[in-house]
Design a protein around this ligand. Structure first.
Ligand code: SF4
Length: 543
């Protein structure tokens, strides 16, 4: 049942019991006076029954413990151990000596309640908003970066994935329907339920042969159980079916010859990489190999700010492209009234489409565009390929592009927008193009009668940005603001444990990220108070 912590202070609080035990400027006093009151317990009321069960432990205290865990990378048991022994934690949470009795199970169960709810994101926004006001932090400029969050799962080869997927299904079948399990086992090529289970095969040729045999096994399982009302509902069967469809193809041999199972050379994108958690994805970036998630972090970055704060975090599949997440970042920042005027990102976030979409929201997205070489040597070469940025193009009041002249100064013969592709087809005289010394570098396609150049607003915006970035040193310097986001990524991953997920599921990892971000902001806020003090009236009574 919901219980709100009493505002009455105990006589046995650390300050009363052991006056002077902590220095006056200890972080715990700042937390107690300025952060602890921001945790509005009423917002957690809906997580509890109105009339059933035991009363909850103090919600402000449990939330604070989760923040402290994020600050110090502690485990559930670690937090339980520290709480009664740490004067600073007792002071920070107004807990009387001898009353620090929240065990790790209670804390974990509270965390589980929070997983399926948006209350923690709201708390993050409210706390951040108060911090921004109290520290006078301007949100007009913000920067965004992404990073990989490693999961706990082993990186599996196709051999390991197939073997584990079949084994997991057979294990659940054996549990529910042992007879059916025995029957199907007889038709399979290997013993998947053996005790000494090995998921590696060093001999490459043998491994390939076994992969084919296991693909046949999966096909046998799928055809045997796909119409079984009960078994087709098993989570392990659904995963097996998905792995099979993502990795293999069934080819009809024709006539009475049946079918052949072909292993796809490249599996479908967005594929399951472990049967233990179908949500995680495998990605490879340079030397990094990750089976896990991707984290996104946005923080303020005006150079006038004494302290920068995190304004948004998110966890997605590891395969999520940065540019696809940008509009969701903007949605959340708008919703929480933290929308910037300028946002800096690296080439992963910036392309013609995201530049124009951001512009429509009133956000100037700054940074180099994706998919283009940033080599100055190549850019300054006379031989470099030309792009839309080299044409004389104007954008009209309806935001539509019009090509005036090509890089050689020739006027287009005609131009019209294709209904099929949505792009503008611009035609030049083919004879002129054939004789043009720039034809080898020009993006026009030279036909018999006309040469055609395709362009749309996104392509033009991306090209213009690329030229600006490569030509304007001051702009490049300004875009360097983004590099500061790497420091916040480093702080979140190294100091707040976000390099590795403590959980299997994306939702749970998201909660870990939110508490990591709150912890990071709390630390910055306390440091700001110790160094510069706070602005009023953000924390004045009723202010
Ligand atoms: S190839 Fe044609 S369109 Fe391209 S620069 Fe030369 S004349 Fe202009």
């Amino acid at each position: 049942m919901f219980y709100e912590t009493s505002a009455q202070l105990s006589l046995f609080e650390v300050e009363q019991y052991f006056p002077g035990a902590l220095p006056d400027d200890d972080w715990s006093f700042i937390y107690q006076q300025r952060v602890f009151p921001l945790i509005d317990e009423k917002k957690f009321r809906h997580l509890y029954s109105e009339n059933k069960g035991r009363y909850n432990k103090s919600i402000s205290t449990m939330v604070s413990l989760l923040i402290f865990m994020g600050m110090e990378k502690l485990t559930w048991r670690g937090a339980e151990f520290q709480f009664p022994r740490r004067f600073d934690w007792l002071v920070a949470t107004h807990t009387a000596v001898g009353e620090a009795n929240i065990d790790h199970t209670t804390l974990f169960n509270f965390y589980k309640r929070l997983k399926a709810d948006s209350v923690c994101r709201e708390l993050f926004i409210e706390i951040t908003d108060e911090f921004l006001k109290a520290c006078g932090t301007c949100i007009k400029k913000q920067r965004t970066d992404s990073f990989f969050i490693h999961g706990w799962l082993q990186i599996l080869s196709r051999y390991g994935l197939f073997k584990k997927t079949v084994r997991k299904f057979l294990q659940s079948l054996r549990k529910q329907m042992p007879d059916l399990c025995d029957n199907i086992k007889k038709d399979l090529s290997i013993e998947y339920l053996e005790k000494n289970f090995d998921i590696t095969e060093k001999d490459k040729t043998l491994a390939q042969r076994k992969v084919s045999l296991m693909a046949d096994d999966m096909h046998k399982i799928v055809t045997t159980f796909k119409d079984d009302d009960k078994i087709k509902q098993y989570e392990t069967f659904k995963v097996l079916l998905k792995v099979f469809t993502q990795q293999c193809e069934v080819k009809d041999k024709g006539g009475d010859e049946g079918s052949e199972i072909i292993i796809k050379e490249k599996p479908d994108s967005d594929t399951i990489c472990s049967p233990h958690n179908p949500e995680v994805r495998y990605v490879r970036k340079k030397k990094q190999r990750v089976t896990g998630y991707k984290g996104f972090v946005t923080e303020t970055c005006s150079s006038d700010n004494k302290t920068q704060f995190i304004t948004d975090v998110q966890v997605t599949k590891a395969t999520e492209p940065d540019s696809d997440q940008l509009s969701e970042i903007h949605d959340r920042l708008e919703e929480s009234d933290l929308k910037p005027e300028k946002q800096y990102g690296d080439a992963g976030f910036v392309n013609g489409k995201t530049i124009l979409e951001s512009e429509k929201r009133g956000i100037e997205l700054e940074g180099p565009t994706s998919g283009r070489s940033q080599s100055f040597e190549a850019y300054e070469s006379d031989e470099r390929p030309l792009d839309a940025g080299d044409f004389d193009i104007t954008v009209d009041k309806k935001d539509e592009v019009h090509v005036n002249r090509c890089p050689a100064g020739h006027v287009a013969k005609s131009q019209s927008r294709s209904k099929k592709t949505g792009k503008v087809n611009v035609h030049f005289d083919a004879d002129v193009c054939r004789d043009c010394p720039k034809s080898g570098q020009c993006p026009v396609k030279i036909g018999v009668n006309v040469s055609t150049f395709n362009i749309d607003e996104n392509g033009y915006a991306g090209a213009v940005r690329h030229h600006k970035y490569m030509n304007d040193q001051d702009y490049r310097k300004e875009c360097g603001t983004r590099a500061g986001a790497e420091a916040i990524v480093s702080e979140l991953t190294r100091a707040h444990g976000m390099r590795k997920s403590r959980h299997r599921k994306e939702k749970d990892t998201m909660l870990q990220m939110i508490f990591g971000a709150i912890a990071c902001n709390v630390k910055k806020f306390i440091r700001h108070g110790q160094n510069y003090g706070y602005l009023t009236p953000a924390f004045q009574e009723g202010g």
